[in-house]
Design a protein around this ligand. Structure first.
Ligand code: PLP
Length: 355
């Protein structure tokens, strides 16, 4: 039996996508591949809401975050970062690994940063701001639009981790002035794990020219050079089956319409939260920062692993637990990507019978 993946990634992959992937291997230096890769690139621009190039690398989301940093900065550059949970902290850890000088804004888990906090901490010395859009460990969403408005016309790179939001929660790369926007295939984009997609603004590409952090495989300028060929391709052997699959998944998003996709996520998230509260459970996240792709539910100590196991064993539903200090105290349920009301109802019913 196919398990229902109600986790915040990887998520369910539609049959249509699986079928495309199973059609057999293409060679990556053929026109046939170029055509598909070219289509994928146009569709990525649509979901990123951008005219910029969106680069594709074989990697999970974390590799995408690393690529964003090594192409944007030079050793010792000072950047501002927002820590609101485990993924924001991972982004900071990668930055420190490469010798960046990171100033951190620390926000209690479950809440979002405020624009006032950003205004208070940002100085002319900061070369970049790195931030998570949808903090998957706490189910809280940061106000990217407002931050983008504040940063407009400032000499700073605005780098956003939208791994668990892009394709589920509205994020407008161009309108909101985002310079580097990172996501991955296995969350809201309904594809198997293994691809990182990275939107890069003109400003980001200019910074990539100057950046001196070590990079070879994850080189933006090299990837862009191959992408811009008359028949677009990749510098090295790409993850062909995943690219074929992602192209089909994005075609499905295009057919549904991005606005409808966002509305579906919003409606399902609202329903899910309301029904969870009716069970007498409480939500971990500040209601002002609720996420439409993941819900974090408080669970009394010791019961989280029973609930997780029971959902898997008796209902074939996979969910996630807490990360960091919330381990054992939370369950997190993803409702992103290929998700519908029937799946939400099935999960609610299973949860009700397991608490
Ligand atoms: C899933 C996720 C990532 C990346 O995780 P990978 O396992 O490397 O794909 C990064 N940031 C956020 C917010 C995520 O949800």
């Amino acid at each position: 039996m196919n398990k229902l993946l109600m986790t915040p990634g990887p998520t369910n992959v539609p049959e249509r996508v699986i079928k495309k992937i199973s059609q057999g291997m293409l060679h990556h230096r053929t026109k046939e591949y170029s055509k598909i890769f070219g289509e994928l690139n146009e569709r990525l621009k649509y979901v990123f809401q951008t005219k910029n190039s969106v680069l594709t690398f074989p990697s999970s989301g974390t590799g995408g975050l690393e690529a964003a940093l090594v192409n944007s900065f030079s050793k010792g550059d000072k950047i501002l970062a927002v820590s609101i949970g485990d993924f924001g902290d991972r982004f900071i850890k990668i930055a420190k690994t490469y010798g960046l000088d990171v100033d951190e804004i620390k926000i209690p888990w479950g809440s979002a940063v405020t624009i006032d906090k950003i205004k208070e901490k940002l100085t002319d010395e900061h070369k970049g701001l790195i931030i998570t859009h949808n903090e998957t460990s706490t189910a809280a969403v940061n106000p990217i639009k407002e931050i983008g408005e504040f940063l407009k016309n400032k000499n700073i790179l605005f780098i956003v981790d939208a791994v668990s939001s892009l394709g589920g929660i509205d994020i407008k790369m161009d309108d909101w002035g985002i310079d580097v926007l990172v996501t991955a295939s296995q969350k809201a984009l309904m594809s198997p794990p293994g691809l990182a997609f990275i939107g890069v603004s003109e400003k980001a590409l200019e910074s990539a020219e100057k950046s001196n952090l070590p990079k070879f495989y994850f080189d933006f300028l090299n990837a862009k050079k191959f992408l811009d060929k008359e028949n677009p391709e990749n510098p090295y052997t790409p993850a062909v089956p995943l690219i074929v699959g992602a192209n089909e998944a994005l075609k499905m998003i295009e057919e549904e319409g991005l606005e409808n996709v966002f509305l579906r996520h919003k409606n399902l998230a609202n329903k899910f939260r309301e029904e969870v509260k009716k069970m007498g459970l409480t939500l971990f996240t500040d209601p002002n920062a609720f996420s439409n792709t993941v819900t974090a539910i408080n669970i009394e100590d010791g019961k989280a692993s029973f609930i997780k196991e029971n959902l898997e064993k008796n209902y074939g539903i996979i969910i996630a637990g807490g990360q960091g200090y919330t381990k054992g105290k939370l369950i997190r349920i993803g409702h992103m990507g290929y998700v519908n009301e029937e799946m939400i109802d099935r999960t609610l019913n299973a949860l009700k019978n397991s608490i």
